[in-house]
Design a protein around this ligand. Structure first.
Ligand code: KG4
Ligand code: ZN
Length: 349
């Protein structure tokens, strides 16, 4: 059997088709991403059946393109990694089927990767990666998790959202302010123009002990503020209000996440914080987390912006970690739309 060096990673859990080649000896060789934003925009959210069909269309061309970019052929690949969950079942099955078939035809092993483990390990692709142990804040469209990380597959849950995920709160709030899908980046851009002093929104669950989060009340608070303050306004005044509310909402989410992370870092005694997942692309969050961790005498690590949101590189990297330790899936594959990160074991176990 070949030693595992070059791994093809495939990500299709939601609305991005991500493909990448990672080499243990040479690093990231190539990556490609197709976003389905335009496909789902008219519907105001992801339409699962359309997502699956688009993954089917885009996977083969993207795989061909990363192989060409890296100057490799199928015979140069030592293993294939795919996102097996959590996510949309049809979308996951598409990636799983393609990945498993390619591994079979190339006669190499395949491995099933947990999407959130991909996010969690994404900062390892950077030039100065964090070292274990660390506290990780995973903030995506579907999850908000605070995790104590001792090594790959050695995770302990410190806190999680009891209702909406942080990204979901951004998306829903953006929608009620009349911004399009996907709302997070649009809301963050609008917040840049907002006045931070006009409104102060609550920082949910920060006044009691514990590391859990709750964001659904904040969304309702935003709606009520918008409805009351927008009465009788139009034109520039309405636009200004929208921006001021976006800023108040973003400040509240960022502050809440920072307060909980400070608490988690103090309790765990580690000086390293990792920030990952789509919301980790939020510039204010990155900045504020840096300031907080410097105050704690520690350091924050996050992926480059494009590897915060869904991508194939993080799956190729997590796949390489697990494949090199001997982990494999059999010829029968499945998708796990619901799958807790805490079920994972260290590679190869
Ligand atoms: O990790 P991701 O690409 O997909 C999931 O695994 O869910 O995260 C997507 C989420 C969306 O909710 C999106 O609105 C949010 O990340 N997001 C942002 C920003 N960029 C993406 N939220 C706030 N500010 C941003 N700059
Ligand atoms: Zn994701």
């Amino acid at each position: 059997m070949n030693e595992i060096d070059t791994v093809l990673g495939i990500e299709t859990s939601c609305d991005e088709t991500g493909v990448a080649l990672y080499s243990g000896s040479r690093g990231l060789l190539a990556h490609a991403l197709h976003s389905q934003v335009a496909l789902h925009a008219d519907y105001g959210g992801v339409v699962p059946e359309l997502a699956s069909r688009d993954h089917v269309r885009k996977l083969a061309p993207l795989i061909r393109s990363v192989l060409a970019e890296a100057g490799l052929e199928g015979g140069d690949i030592h293993g294939v990694a795919y996102t097996a969950g959590p996510g949309l079942v049809g979308a996951l099955l598409t990636g799983a089927a393609v990945a498993r078939s390619l591994a079979w035809s190339w006669q190499v092993p395949a491995v099933a990767i947990h999407h959130m483990e991909g996010h969690l390990l994404a900062p390892m692709l950077e030039e100065a990666p964090p070292s274990f142990p660390f506290v990780a804040l995973l903030v995506s469209g579907g999850h908000t998790l605070l995790v104590q990380v001792e090594g790959v597959g050695r995770y302990r849950l410190l806190g999680e959202s009891l209702d909406d995920a942080a990204g979901e709160a951004f998306d829903k709030t953006a929608k009620l302010l009349g911004l399009g899908y996907p709302g997070g980046p649009a809301l963050a851009a609008l917040a840049e123009k907002g006045d931070p002093g006009r409104f102060r929104f609550p920082r949910p669950m920060t006044d009691r002990p514990g590391l859990d989060f709750s964001f659904s009340g904040l969304k309702t608070f935003t709606l009520t503020t918008w409805q009351q303050a927008s009465k009788g306004l139009s034109g520039g005044e309405l636009e200004k209000l929208r921006a001021d509310i976006a800023r108040a909402f973003e400040d509240a989410v960022v502050d809440t996440l920072v307060i909980k992370c400070r608490r988690a870092v103090r309790e765990s005694g580690t000086g390293t914080l990792v920030l990952a997942g789509g919301v980790a692309a939020n510039r204010r969050l990155r900045r504020q987390m840096d300031v907080m961790m410097r105050g704690e005498g520690g350091q924050t690590f996050y992926p480059r912006l494009e590897f915060c949101t869904d991508n194939g590189a993080m799956i190729a990297f997590a796949g390489w970690e697990r494949l090199k330790a001997g982990e494999r899936v059999g010829l029968a594959f499945n998708a796990r739309p619901r799958w807790s990160l805490m079920e994972l074991l260290p590679p190869g176990r």
